[in-house]
Design a protein around this ligand. Structure first.
Ligand SMILES: [Zn+2]
Length: 390
């Protein structure tokens, strides 16, 4: 290599590469204007040739078909740190780090920089994660996983504001004992209250938060509870984990289901003064049979929601639009009940639905006008009431 006469790369081309790469190594993403140890300002970036600068053997990937005059242009250069530059040019790496592979790495990094730096800064979203167990199962829901889903699904910056080590708003229920018992529900709702009241609401009051991206994996009653604790001063985008992809980004689905509610006829003869309960059965991801409902609820008026023209299944809610359609149907039902069932004392809720719909259900309830929800949890011995939302 030392025998080669290295040409100096023209300043405009150097500048192009630095700007396109956002000052970061195209391979490892390291910021290249600051030392790792001293945090002093240094220029640690190097420009690596994709097709070698020379056509001679000692120049890595130099035997590729590209006119020499084009080899010092930004298109053929990538900004990298010294370590990655060294590895790219090692003899042993040349078979793996081919011209095509390096071009892909460069373009994907430069596209990402351009996209990120082009986002409107007012379009930030605060990420809220709630992680619990569902019948002993826990899923991966790290900060990078949530970020990737937001960037894929929404034109917003994921933010993890305010908190300890910038982990954002995290409700961790994994350490709670005795999943599904009364102690568990009490401890879990307290953990939710703690984060919502002391961290989130404080950030909202400080106007740091205008939009939330919510990721939650826990028992369904807790998702309804979480939804009920969010207020209307900010928008909320709700995410769920998809079995089809094992990921949290919404898949590209365009068809939106409609939902319908079958309600009992209005009983004009009912004693107007007597408060009564009603049952709400939400058959979204599965179907709850009438004989599965507990005895004490069996005789109550029953409102049953199902998707129109399709069998309830795990894919019924596969897009934010489908979730909106679900929420609208719940809201319409609650508004109708306000008029027709003025004396409704409690709504017994039985739900076979995805977790995102749990959050949406809790959020749809207006505490000033709607009856309390009594949320039932499905266990081996049937449905039992576990949480009241009032
Ligand atoms: Zn690097």
């Amino acid at each position: 290599m030392s025998s080669l006469v290295r040409r100096k790369i023209p300043t405009p081309e150097r500048m192009r590469v630095w700007v396109r790469s956002g000052g970061r190594c195209a391979v490892c993403g390291r910021y290249l204007l600051e030392g790792k140890l001293t945090h002093e300002e240094f220029s640690l970036g190097e420009l690596a040739h994709i097709v070698g600068q020379q056509t001679t053997k000692g120049s890595p990937r130099g035997d590729y078909d590209l006119p020499v005059a084009e080899r010092d242009l930004a298109e053929n250069l990538m900004l990298v740190c010294a370590d990655d530059h060294d590895e790219i040019d090692r003899n042993g790496a040349l078979d793996t780090l081919t011209v095509d592979r390096l071009r892909k790495i460069k373009h994907s990094h430069e596209d990402w920089v351009r996209r990120m730096t082009g986002l409107d800064r007012s379009r930030g979203t605060a990420v809220v994660r709630m992680i619990g167990a569902v019948r002993g199962n826990v899923v991966e829901l790290s900060k990078p996983t949530a970020s990737a889903a937001v960037l894929h699904s929404d034109d917003r910056f994921p933010e993890f504001p305010l908190s300890y080590e910038q982990y954002g708003f995290e409700i961790d229920l994994r350490h709670l004992p005795a999943e599904g018992t009364e102690i568990y529900w009490t401890a879990a709702t307290a953990a939710i209250d703690e984060v919502i009241e002391h961290k989130l609401n404080q950030a909202v009051r400080g106007e740091h938060v205008r939009h939330l991206s919510l990721f939650a994996f826990a028992r369904l009653p807790l998702l309804v509870y979480l939804g009920s604790r969010l207020d209307d001063t900010y928008e909320v985008a709700i995410y769920q984990r998809h079995r089809s992809t094992n990921g949290w980004a919404w898949p590209e689905v365009t068809s939106v289901p409609a939902f319908a509610v079958e309600s009992p006829p209005i009983d004009e003869s009912a004693d107007a003064g007597e408060p009564v309960g009603a049952a709400l059965v939400l058959n979204v991801s599965g179907t709850i049979q009438p004989d599965e409902l507990p005895q004490e609820v069996a005789d109550l008026p029953r409102h049953v929601m199902t998707p129109v023209g399709q069998t309830p299944g795990v894919e019924t809610i596969s897009s934010p639009a489908a979730l909106d359609a679900f929420t609208e149907t719940v809201r319409a039902l609650l508004s109708r009940l306000e008029v027709t069932d003025k004396h409704l004392s409690v709504l017994h809720v039985f739900a076979a639905m995805p977790l995102s719909a749990g959050v949406a259900l809790g959020r749809a309830r207006d505490p000033h006008v709607h009856p309390p929800f009594l949320i039932y949890d499905r266990t081996d011995s049937g449905y039992t009431p576990v949480l009241e939302i009032s």
